[in-house]
Design a protein around this ligand. Structure first.
Ligand SMILES: [Zn+2]
Length: 390
């Protein structure tokens, strides 16, 4: 009799760990039970019997599911920003299995009074906890802080299950000293914070420069490469050098500035600070392949091995955000993508083709040990697809 829901992925040709200290594991097989990783190694050494489901990866690559560190969801799988349905499902087809809200800012009529913004944050946290679009984990309920909030408000939000602040600076709190006070109240109650960095995103938002970012001291320097408008290069370098907070690079930002920030992190010997987001939905739309595009862009133009660039969107984010996914380790969530070199892509193998600036093809996504999608409808087709064998 089967003890639980056991998944075996065998014949993996390349096991990407998500961990910068060892991005590629010596392993060809991974076993999960009831949605958690129980073994990683060579099939000959593992107990692969009595599996509920077995996947033959056929020599392709397995990576932790990608994490988008910066999204702006509102409700379900609909975004009012671009009047678009199923955008989260589209991102799943781009390899994203977990998303983190930087504020539900696109809600028409978003409440800006304190009781209203708290109610929205708590409701958003609940509706994404209770409903995962296509299985994607959306960590939401990220209030946009406004002038007049007191310590008690942060305590109440935390007690109600809120774990994130929306981008500091998108509301009325734009001064460094007020932001610093509220960020520290949030931190005291276990709420993680992100700050909007750079010029205004859309009419109604404002400039946040390096002095405000440094004074506020949020946990994540949100879109350090702007969303879209980046700060001047000297300010970006100053942010990298003068604090140790997360360096978030987004698709909807300035690519040149993103490369600058990534290089600065390496120069400082702190590549573990680099995490990736799309900052979508936004004025520039939704990017279903945005995280893969960031990996290919940073790897190719930034000349970073592709397996390292994968860590920016998996293990680095997992550790910084204290998630149970994004890393291949026993006990972590069984959230994977199975990928391969795209058909007709140059390069001697998948990693080399990404290092040359090409996207891989997604062949399958798995969340909590369950297959959520097979061949991606959005990526270029993978050369070889995994197969469900039983
Ligand atoms: Zn922003």
């Amino acid at each position: 009799m089967r003890a639980g829901n056991k998944l075996v992925v065998r014949n993996v040709g390349l096991m990407l760990s998500g961990k910068l200290e060892q991005p590629i594991l010596d392993a060809d097989c991974i076993v999960t039970l009831d949605g958690k990783i129980t073994a990683i190694g060579y099939e000959k050494d593992l107990d692969v019997s009595e599996a509920s489901q077995t996947i033959d990866a056929k020599g392709t690559a397995l990576s932790p599911g990608l994490i988008d560190s910066h999204v702006h969801p509102v409700i379900g799988d609909y975004t009012p920003r671009q009047q678009q349905l199923s955008w989260i499902d589209s991102c799943l087809h781009g390899g994203v299995t977990c998303m983190i809200s930087a504020g539900e800012v696109h809600l028409p009529g978003r409440p800006k009074d304190i009781v209203g913004l708290k109610a929205l944050a708590i409701a958003s946290q609940r509706w994404y906890e209770n409903f995962r679009p296509s299985g994607v984990k959306v960590i939401a309920g990220a209030p946009v802080i406004e002038e007049g909030m007191e310590e008690e408000d942060f305590k109440e939000l935390a007690a109600a299950g809120v774990t994130l602040l929306g981008e500091v600076g998108l509301g009325s709190v734009k001064a460094g000293d007020t932001a610093k006070q509220m960020v520290s109240w949030a931190r005291k109650y276990g709420i993680q914070s992100t700050i909007h960095t750079g010029g205004p995103s859309i009419p109604g938002s404002g400039l946040i420069d390096k002095d405000v970012v440094l004074e506020a001291d949020a946990d994540i320097i949100g879109h350090i490469n702007g969303g879209h408008t980046a700060l001047p290069d000297d300010q970006i370098l100053c942010l990298c050098e003068q604090c140790t907070r997360g360096i978030e690079i987004v698709h909807n930002g300035n690519e040149r500035s993103g490369l600058l920030a990534m290089r600065a992190a390496f120069d400082l010997g702190q590549p573990e600070r680099v995490i990736l987001g799309t900052d979508s939905p936004a004025g520039s739309g939704v990017q279903p392949l945005g995280i893969l595009r960031m990996i290919a862009m940073l790897s190719s133009l930034g000349d970073v091995p592709a397996e390292v660039a994968f860590c920016f969107a998996t293990g680095n984010t997992s550790r910084m955000r204290e998630l149970d996914c994004g890393i291949l380790e026993i006990g972590k969530a069984a959230d994977f993508i199975i990928i391969d070199r795209a058909q007709h892509a140059p390069g001697k193998d998948m990693l080399d083709s990404i290092h040359q600036g090409n996207l891989p093809g997604v062949g399958m996504t798995i969340i909590d040990g369950e297959v959520r999608s097979t061949r991606s409808r959005n990526t270029p087709p993978a050369e070889t697809l995994p197969e469900l064998v039983e």
